[in-house]
Design a protein around this ligand. Structure first.
Ligand SMILES: Cc1cc2nc3c(=O)[nH]c(=O)nc-3n(C[C@H](O)[C@H](O)[C@H](O)COP(=O)(O)O)c2cc1C
Length: 153
């Protein structure tokens, strides 16, 4: 079994729904060889990342940047992972009230340092909350899990 790790900060009802949608998509019944694991940011340890075959990161945008709890994951895990996770396939999604750009740039910059592979266009759900975000999150989870299952990432 391949391990798909989801690390997401979901502080509100909307972001909780988005996270549940990502998890649901990744657990699609047609996907047979992928084990999906969600770990809250504070509980995420370097070994969780090292043992993952692919990662989805979810964050809100706060003050033009990723949520502090997601930054904390990178702060704690960057160096322990650096020599062990190069090429790790990942993607991410952002819930932003009106922008998302600063968060996207920051995650792209840190993940470039780690030499992770961005294998799927990040999802930025910005503006007033829309039910379409839920569908998009489900698709994000499904696509990552299906790609891992098929061995194409
Ligand atoms: C302190 C604070 C700072 C925020 N800063 C930004 C920001 O810089 N850019 C942005 O697009 N949204 C910002 N937001 C909005 C949050 O991203 C949004 O409220 C959060 O993703 C939850 O979304 P929801 O209201 O759909 O649950 C901020 C929210 C708070 C509480």
């Amino acid at each position: 079994m391949k391990q798909l790790l989801i690390i997401s900060h979901a502080p509100s009802e909307n972001t909780k729904k988005m996270l549940q949608a990502v998890i649901k998509g990744a657990n699609h019944p047609d996907i047979e060889h992928v084990n999906v694991k969600y770990i809250a940011p504070l509980d995420t340890q370097p070994d969780d990342i090292k043992s993952a075959h692919a990662i989805i990161i979810g964050t809100t945008e706060n003050l033009g940047y990723m949520a502090g709890l997601i930054k904390d994951v990178f702060d704690r895990c960057y160096y322990p992972c650096l020599d062990h996770t190069q090429g790790l396939p990942f993607t991410f999604y952002i819930r932003a009230g009106h922008d998302g750009t600063g968060t996207r740039k920051a995650i792209e910059s840190i993940s470039k340092g780690l030499r992770w592979r961005l294998v799927q266009e990040p999802l930025i759900c910005k503006g007033d909350f829309q039910e379409a975000f839920i569908t998009q999150c489900e698709e994000l989870g499904l696509t990552m899990a299906a790609s891992l299952d098929a061995g194409i990432i």
